[in-house]
Design a protein around this ligand. Structure first.
Ligand SMILES: C[S@@+](CC[C@H](N)C(=O)[O-])C[C@H]1O[C@@H](n2cnc3c(N)ncnc32)[C@H](O)[C@@H]1O
Length: 254
């Protein structure tokens, strides 16, 4: 079956237009920038040096986040089942996924994996299978960041309801996302809600948005988790980058 997003790819940015979304910012890159700020803050708080990490963006779409943040990593790779979407990623290292639940990479090949606004397009048992594949490609001590629309935010609900690209969307709450990653034994380190304010207000009061990160009403949320299962069992993985990541994460969580 043809991947769903192939039909949207030629007009993707136009299909996202929405008066409510446009009131939030005149520059759609703002949404990607906010995600990168959140990830960067997470790394900074834990003294993790991203320039040593291999990053995979699952469901990278047209590659906006990779373009924005890729230079801050040792390697930045994307994948997506839609060949139409990744046609716009010729400037990056991006691969077509053979199926919605299989990632075309060897086991334990990435230090950091993201899936941004992907899971609400993945249905039924495929969610757990995709999460299992993400865990498979994560190195022990690697980190996974799942970012999603927050169904508890009424503006998000309104935008999603009328967006053609989201006609099949099944939103998941942060607790549901936490349960999902829990099924493959990924350990939750932090859940952060964000996108409370339009860009012009956010610029002036970003600290207030920061203080609301535990309050479950932001437009989107991020769940950060650690592949801790084998870190302490497998001495062979005590490579410089991973050991440092696991140590930094463990000491921050303690
Ligand atoms: C709303 S777009 C988000 C794209 C990008 N992550 C972003 O934030 O701009 C959703 C993307 O998820 C992809 N996708 C859908 N099902 C997927 C799956 N099972 N695994 C990986 N990607 C998937 C779609 O092809 C599409 O490119």
């Amino acid at each position: 079956m043809r991947p769903e997003f192939d039909q949207y790819a030629p007009e993707y940015s136009t299909l996202l237009n929405d008066p409510l979304r446009d009131r939030f910012t005149s520059d759609p890159v703002f949404f990607h920038r906010r995600k990168w700020m959140l990830i960067r803050d997470f790394f900074a708080q834990r003294r993790i040096n991203s320039s040593k990490l291999r990053w995979l963006d699952v469901g990278c779409g047209q590659g906006e986040l990779l373009r924005l943040a890729g230079g801050s990593f040792a390697q930045a790779v994307g994948c997506d089942p839609s060949s139409g979407m990744i046609q716009s990623c010729a400037d990056g290292e991006v691969y077509e996924q053979p199926s919605p639940v299989e990632l075309p990479f060897p086991d334990r090949s990435f230090d950091f994996v993201t899936a941004v606004c992907v899971y609400h397009h993945v249905h039924g048992g495929d969610r757990a299978l995709l999460t299992k594949s993400i865990k498979r490609v994560l190195k022990p001590g690697g980190l996974f960041c799942l970012i999603e629309h927050n169904p508890w935010n009424p503006v998000t609900q309104a935008i999603v309801k009328r967006c053609p690209v989201d006609s099949d969307a099944e939103l998941l709450t942060a607790p549901a996302a936490a349960r999902l990653v829990g099924t493959v034994d990924l350990e939750i380190l932090e859940t952060a809600y964000f996108l409370y304010f339009p860009e012009n207000i956010f610029r002036r009061i970003s600290r207030i948005e920061q203080s609301l990160r535990n309050f479950p009403l932001g437009g989107q949320y991020a769940v950060f988790c650690l592949n801790s299962a084998e870190v302490f069992e497998e001495a062979t993985y005590a490579t410089e980058g991973i050991a440092a990541t696991a140590q930094a994460v463990a000491s921050h969580s303690a």
